[in-house]
Design a protein around this ligand. Structure first.
Ligand SMILES: Cc1ncc(COP(=O)(O)O)c(C=O)c1O
Length: 383
C-alpha cells in the first residue's frame, strides 16, 4: 500500500508520537491546569512543552501566544471571525481553501466586504495585486502559504511587508507548510499563523493552533467561552493568553503527540525534510510530464512548491483515476476539488477537479516509481 494523501493528514506518524500518546494516556491522563496534584501539573507541563517546541520552530518569543485548537479550520475561524466586524474589508487570494473562504463568505452576509485577488493559472500570486486591493477600511489580509491543490507557495514575506507597512493584520494559513517549509513569524511579518497539527507536524488528528502576535489579542474576540481552570471566581472570560482562547478541557493526549511530532521535525531538520519532499516532487512532476495523456498543474519548479502534485488523465474523471489507483495498485490519493473550488477555478480545473498525490516524509522514490508506472498503465488503458 502506498499512502499519497499526506496533504489531508500525514500517515504514518513517527514512532515517538505513538509512544508519547500511549504514555500520556497510561500515566498522565489527568486534566491539565485544573487541579494542583502531580498528574494535573505533569499534563500541563507536557502541553507547555508543546507550545515551547512550536515557538522554536516558528521563532515565536512567548509560548502563551500559541493557542491550541482542534485543527487549522478552527484556528482560521478564530482569526477571521474574531477580527472582522460589519463595515470592515478583507483581502484574500483565489487559491484559498474553504477553511478561509467559508468564514469570509459567512461574514460577507453580515456586512463585511471581501476582495478575492486573482492568482495566475499556475496558482502564483503577484504581491502588488494584494497591495492594489487594500482600502481605507481593510482590516485583514488572509493568505494561504502553500496551495493544497498544487503546492504553489504564495509570497508571504512580500505581502507581510505590505501588510505591516499599512498596519493591517496578516493571517497566514500554514496548514500545508508548517513542518515542511521554514516559517519565521518575525522576519515574515506574520501577525496570526494558523496551522494543522496533524499534517507535516506529525501530530494526531484533532490538533492545530493559532499564533497571535502580542497586541492583536486586544481586538481578537474568542470563538468560545467557558472554564479555563484559571480565575474561577470570575464569570467573565479571562483576558490573558492562552486562556482567553482555550476554554474547556484540552486534547492533552493529542498535544502530547503533537509535541513529539514537532520535536521529530526539529531532529530530522526542516532543511532535510524539505529537500527530501522536493526530490520526490521533482520525480513525480518529471515522470508525469512524460506520460502521454497526462496534464499536470501548478508551477514546474519543485523549489517553489510543497510536496503536492495535481494531474488529470485525458478522457477520465479524477474519481475514476483514483478508484483504479486504489483498486488495481493500492495507491491512496485524493481526487476532486480538495475543498478548494476557488483554487480549481483559478487553475481551470473546476468543476471536475484533479487527482492529487501528496507524498510525505515517510515515502520513498520507489513509491513514486510504482505510482508513475500505475498512472502510465491507467493512461494507456484510457487511450
Ligand atoms: C490550505 C489548507 N487550509 C486549511 C485546511 C484545514 O485544515 P484542518 O483539516 O487542520 O482543519 C487544509 C486542510 O486540508 C488546507 O489544506
Amino acid at each position: 500500500m502506498i499512502y499519497f494523501d499526506n496533504a489531508a493528514t500525514s500517515w504514518p506518524k513517527p514512532e515517538a508520537v505513538y509512544l508519547a500518546m500511549d504514555s500520556l494516556m497510561r500515566n498522565t491522563g489527568a486534566s491539565p491546569g485544573r487541579s494542583g496534584h502531580l498528574m494535573s501539573l505533569t499534563a500541563a507541563r507536557i502541553i507547555h512543552e508543546t507550545r515551547e517546541a512550536l515557538c522554536e520552530l516558528f521563532n515565536i518569543s512567548d509560548p502563551s501566544h500559541v493557542v491550541f485548537t482542534s485543527n487549522a479550520t478552527e484556528a482560521l475561524n478564530l482569526a477571521i471571525k474574531g477580527l472582522l466586524r460589519p463595515g470592515d474589508h478583507a483581502v484574500t487570494s483565489s487559491m484559498e481553501h474553504n477553511s478561509v473562504m467559508r468564514p469570509l463568505r459567512a461574514l460577507e452576509k453580515n456586512g463585511v466586504d471581501i476582495t478575492v485577488v486573482k492568482c495566475a493559472s499556475d496558482g502564483s500570486l503577484d504581491p502588488h495585486d494584494i497591495e492594489k486591493a487594500i482600502r481605507s477600511n481593510t482590516k485583514l489580509i488572509v493568505l494561504t502559504h502553500a496551495s493544497n491543490v498544487v503546492g504553489t507557495m504564495l509570497p508571504v514575506s512580500e505581502v507581510g511587508r505590505i501588510a505591516r507597512g499599512c498596519s493591517i493584520p496578516l493571517v497566514i494559513d500554514a496548514a500545508q507548510s508548517a513542518g515542511c517549509y521554514p516559517i519565521d513569524v518575525e522576519t515574515m511579518n506574520i501577525d496570526l499563523l494558523a496551522f494543522s497539527g496533524h499534517k507535516s507536524l506529525f501530530g494526531p488528528q484533532g490538533t492545530g493552533g493559532l499564533y497571535i502576535r502580542q497586541g492583536i489579542e486586544s481586538r481578537l474576540e474568542p470563538l468560545k467561552y467557558g472554564g479555563t481552570g484559571s480565575y474561577s471566581e470570575h464569570e467573565d472570560q479571562p483576558n490573558f493568553l492562552p486562556d482567553k482562547y482555550e476554554s474547556g478541557t484540552p486534547n492533552t493526549v493529542g498535544l502530547a503527540g503533537l509535541g513529539a511530532g514537532v520535536r521529530f521535525v526539529m531532529q530530522e531538520g526542516l532543511t532535510n525534510i524539505k529537500k527530501k519532499e522536493q526530490r520526490l516532487t521533482k520525480l513525480l512532476l518529471d515522470g508525469l510530464a512524460s506520460i502521454p495523456g497526462v496534464t499536470c498543474y501548478g508551477n514546474g519548479d519543485p523549489a517553489r512548491r510543497v510536496a503536492i502534485v495535481s494531474f488529470n488523465i485525458s478522457g477520465m474523471l479524477p474519481s475514476e483515476v483514483a478508484l483504479q489507483l486504489e483498486e488495481d495498485f493500492r495507491i491512496m490519493c485524493r481526487p476532486g476539488l480538495q475543498c478548494s473550488p476557488a483554487a480549481h477555478k483559478t487553475l481551470g480545473t473546476f468543476p471536475q477537479g484533479t487527482v492529487r498525490l501528496s507524498p510525505g516524509h515517510f515515502n520513498s522514490s520507489h513509491d513514486v516509481e510504482r505510482t508513475l508506472e500505475a498512472v502510465k498503465q491507467i493512461a494507456r488503458r484510457a487511450r
